[in-house]
Write a protein that binds this ligand. Structure first.
Ligand code: ADP
Length: 596
């Protein structure tokens, strides 16, 4: 039982496999969750950065946005454009203002785009005398509104952001006042900060980039029309404006997508810059996110493996315990078997000894019984033999004396004695042969009378008081007269023997009829029967009498005869003391045709 319970406690292998499956699922789920969460945070932080960068950019531009307007309102500038006077004055003014404002260049163009005055009038690459009428910022000013434009300087080759304002007298276009802002310090700042920040124009051309290799490349392929327009405005000089091969892997949300560049994944965040008519971009490498997710996966896997190893270890231990326990149990069973075997051997030895002892006992009992019987037979036969011997001696004497008449009497006596001897041996014969079933009908009363007559001398000798309770009407039985008489004589003699030592000797004979049977009970006031002997009384050679007094055959012979006649015999003690032997025999009829 306990082994069964122990088995149940052992972890089945399939649970281990299920554990591995579940652990793998959990690790995979955790990795996904960490990846998504980290990416989310990255997008959030990236957007915050974008807001910050667009703020700084807007602020950088707005710092100079007023300058073209201020110039357009300047009287000296207006006079210059109307009358070509004041060139030196305006040049110096522009130089001074530019240096104070910190812009890259300040210049004034006439109505066809010729530069008449410029802050860099002293420098070799001065704008003065150059025509920039093709630039879109001039076209915008000519059209009467502000112009804003990013381009690589045609004269200097340095990139800059150009902002223009028309100079007008009433509604007549006199020219344009322009400020060029250098945005490279901003770009340098992003680069130094280790961030990848890009600004693209309306065509998707990256004109500001913290990564040098991405500068003047396009996010989307340029159409022919776009290229023509860009060439016309000589916006990016001779730059080839190649496409930056950013392959979109996944679009996360508006302005947020995952892109692949040279086998590495990046998060590309974009937001529009309305003032610049372009877009600001922030590019973050995804490697850390992936590394974090991978770290979680590795930790999870290690943990799962650890748990699995622990599980295996526990299982192994349990199995070892189990086998140890099984071995112990097997040992115990083996010991038990050996003990049992020894016990069985011991028992069979004892049994054999007992059997032998029993056999010896039986043998001894048999021999004792045989001795008893032999003694009885010897005693019974000795008397008539010595009597015969005496009679024969006296017969011889009588013959010598020629008293032949008396010799006859002697011979008669010898005959009687041999008959007595024959009757003794006949009693023994009943055990050797089956008695023939004689269907002779006899009157019970006759049998009783004859039996009583036979024991009469004993009754007289021992002063026995006889009480008879026998029905008057004749009772007919089926069976041999001699045999029924023999049974009755046996019972009467036993009763007499039992009363031998009693002062008062009473004997009751009671005959009663029930159904088709007659019941004859012979009771006495004698010693009674010991309880333990009641069952043994009818066994051949059972006797309590001393040697020579009884053979132990009387009741067993009676039992055999009664059984032969279809009846029963039983022994019991009388309530008032003494024994009672009861015979029950089948009745033929109640008196008709009695055989006397
Ligand atoms: P035997 O008379 O030779 O001993 P039986 O077979 O006639 O053999 O009787 C067996 C025994 O039964 C007797 O030895 C005696 O102990 C017991 N027995 C028989 N009849 C009586 C009786 N009426 N009272 C007491 N004991 C009896």
């Amino acid at each position: 039982m306990s082994t069964k319970r122990f088995y149940k406690k052992t972890l089945p292998v399939w649970i281990l496999f299920l554990g591995i499956f579940v652990a793998t699922g959990l690790v995979w789920q955790a990795t996904r969750w960490v990846y998504a969460d980290t990416l989310d945070k990255l997008v959030k932080v990236g957007r915050e950065r974008l807001t910050l960068y667009s703020g700084t950019l807007r602020e950088a531009l707005s710092r100079y946005a007023y300058l073209p307007y201020v110039l357009s309102q300047n009287m000296d500038v207006q006079i210059l454009l109307k009358s070509s006077f004041n060139v030196g004055l305006v040049n110096r003014y522009l130089e001074l203002l530019n240096s104070e404002a910190g812009s890259d260049a300040l210049y004034v163009m006439n109505s066809i785009g010729d530069t008449w005055a410029s802050s860099n009038w002293r420098e070799p690459l001065s704008f003065v005398g150059k025509n920039y009428g093709f630039r879109p910022y001039f076209t915008a000013a000519k059209a009467g509104h502000r112009g804003a434009f990013f381009a690589i300087g045609v004269t200097t080759g340095r990139p800059g952001y150009f902002m223009s304002y028309p100079v007008e007298e009433d509604t007549r276009f006199l020219g344009a006042a322009v400020v060029k802002v250098d945005l490279t310090p901003l770009q340098e700042g992003w680069r130094e900060g280790g961030e990848t920040v890009l600004v693209s124009d309306s065509n998707g051309v990256l004109f500001l980039s913290s990564r040098n290799d991405w500068l003047y490349r396009t996010l989307t392929p340029l159409s022919e029309a776009q290229r023509t327009l860009i060439l016309a405005g000589r916006q990016y000089g001779d730059k080839s404006l190649d496409l930056l091969p950013l392959e979109t892997v996944e679009t996360l949300a508006e302005g947020a997508k995952i892109v692949r560049f040279e086998n590495a994944l990046y998060l590309l965040l974009s937001r529009p810059l309305t003032s610049l008519n372009g877009q600001l971009h922030h590019v973050v490498p995804l490697a850390p996110v992936r590394e974090r997710a991978q770290a979680v996966a590795v930790i999870g896997a290690v943990l799962a493996l650890l748990i699995l190893a622990l599980g295996m270890y526990a299982r192994e231990r349990r199995q070892k315990q189990l086998s140890r326990r099984k071995a112990r149990e097997a040992e115990a069973i083996k010991e038990m078997n050996l003990r049992l075997q020894a016990e069985i051997t011991e028992r069979s030895r004892t049994e054999n000894t007992l059997r032998e002892t029993q056999a010896e006992l039986v043998q001894t009992e048999k021999l004792a019984a045989l001795g008893h019987m032999a003694a009885g037979i010897v005693h019974e036969l000795n008397q008539p033999i010595s009597a015969i011997r005496t009679q024969v001696a006296s017969g011889r004497l009588l013959l010598e004396r020629k008293e032949t008449g008396q010799v006859r009497d002697t011979l008669d006596a010898v005959t009687r004695m041999t008959e007595h001897m024959a009757s003794i041996t006949a009693q023994l014969k009943i055990f050797a042969h089956q008695n023939p079933k004689i269907k002779e009908q006899v009157l019970l009363q006759d049998c009783l009378d004859e039996a009583l007559a036979m024991v009469d001398p004993l009754f007289n000798e021992f002063n026995i008081l006889l009480h008879k309770d026998i029905p008057e009407r004749p009772l007919i039985l089926s069976g041999g007269r001699g045999r029924i008489k023999q049974v009755l004589v046996n019972l009467l003699r036993n009763a007499v023997d039992a009363m031998y030592a009693c002062p008062q000797r009473n004997l009751w004979i009671k005959v009663s009829i029930s159904d088709q049977d007659v019941e004859i009970s012979v009771s006495d006031s004698g010693s009674g029967i010991a309880e333990q002997d009641i069952d043994e009384l009818f066994t051949p050679f059972f006797t309590t009498k001393e040697v020579g007094k009884g053979l132990g055959l009387g009741l067993s012979i009676s039992y055999r005869i009664v059984a032969d006649l279809g009846g029963t015999i039983r022994a019991q003690n009388r309530p008032g003391g003494g024994a009672r032997l009861v015979i029950r025999l089948p009745l033929i009829n109640q008196g008709n045709g009695a055989n006397k």
